[in-house]
Design a protein around this ligand. Sequence first.
Ligand code: MN
Length: 583
Amino acid sequence: MRRLTRRLALPIFGVFWITVLLFWVTQRKLEAPPGTEVQTPKPSVQWELQGPSPTCQPAASAVPGWLRASPRKTPSDGDWDDLWDQFDERRYLNAKKWRVGDDPYKLHAFNQRESERIPSNRVVPDTRHNRCALLVYCKDLPPTSIIITFHNEARSTLLRTVRSILNRTPMHLIQEIILVDDFSSDPDDCNQLIKLPKVKCLRNNERQGLVRSRIRGADIAQGATLTFLDSHCEVNKDWLQPLLHRVKEDYTRVVCPVIDIINLDTFNYIESASELRGGFDWSLHFHWEQLSPEQKARRLDPTEPIRTPVIAGGLFVIDKAWFDYLGKYDTDMDIWGGENFEISFRVWMCRGSLEIIPCSRVGHVFRKKHPYAFPNGNTNTYIKNTKRTAEVWMDDYKQYYYAARPFALERPFGNIRSRVMLRANLQCQDFKWYLENVYPELRIPKDSSILKGSIRQRHKCLASQKQNNQGSPNLKLRPCVKFKGEESKAQVWAFTYTQQIIQEELCLSVVTLFPGAPVILAVCKNGDEKQQWTKSGSHIEHMASHLCLDTDMFGDSTEAGTEVVINPCESSLMSQHWDIVSS
Ligand SMILES: [Mn+2]
């Protein structure tokens, strides 16, 4: 008996140990924090330089804990169904419906009829890379305050934005949805939506513009992070978790989704390229740009975040305390435009970073024009906002901004003292650092000189002439005027280092590259060969066509019959002889 026990003891002991070992291993696997399973970016050189390694542990905040809002209790699934039932969607939409015979593009610059035909809870294709579905995010992400500002948004698109959020976001991640109605004509556009779960409505008593409206929303937000969205969006599957995850790891990151395209005619949801980032030229004009071949080669994992020099501005997540600490926004910026450069430069230069997260996708209706009026005109507002950005953040490099936008020089831009002080208090890097470390691809022009003055043919001057209720002004030869005022403004031109001939935001351009083609005024577009000119002797040569700026007389040879064209260069022709008299 004793021998048997002794013989069995060894195997029993072995089995016992294997069981204990197995138990221990499985327990460890279950207990492992979710962050360790997250597919982290391959440590390329750039990534190693940026921020701490991904974990679910938040980095220490710049702001004391008591300043941070504590998340509130969220309603249960039962409450949530009741809330939905209280909202009469059909009644909300029908009150403002497109009517047969009206132009469906008139009010919103997109196809209102099509937008209304599409259900508010439609399914959109999952446009993420298939590896995104494998990622695991922190389970204890804090709820966010979603802030949507709008001015006379179509009810159908506004509602679809909100419903897509409620349908495709885990409820516990939404602290609240704050709609900021920037003085729309009908307060009910916003007010009726507070019957939806989590939705709050703030209304401005006068038009404030995007920046001040967003700050108003941010100031009442109770979430630890702020999620800014546009009012004509549809969020895609699991859009929020990857954004909140990145901010939780490091609160200095400001993160954006990839912006898919909702077609403005058909409202089709279209996947956009994911390997893009935000770029700009010296006129502070935003564009999307491809990653360079080297950057693409370094990306081993398509789910890796993309560092971006600037954000498009409409959609992003930022830590609330970090947003406040960094000085929110420049409240003297009006309506829309340019604020994205200001916040982008500020975040980078004051020790934060900007990222596009490929696994987060949000659709947006891209329009060709603004459907609403700017009280001071579209260009004036854009120039004021970008000029404030250049003056506060670009140091001596602002000369290239002025060289690209010569007419911004004499524009009023308000007082910037508080923003300059903010930059000093935050002890931010200078713009040279930004160019070297964040956007080395932006080339610094060799020349920033501006030649400004009138373009004369004998005693006549090249002048723009506004047309009644039409887009771009005409080009004419007019008697030269010296005194100040609208008339003389129409005769001032600037030759820039980009080879453009500019007046305000418009450039001398040609319709075609053939002899006799009319010369017109068109919105300046960097690198557009139709807009590039060079002065050679007394000629002004169009570079792409090698034709010369000329005038043709039609009919009665009066001023009204003069047309500005391009023709084969001939040195003897007086109609091709131009003098530039600087002012
Ligand atoms: Mn938009």
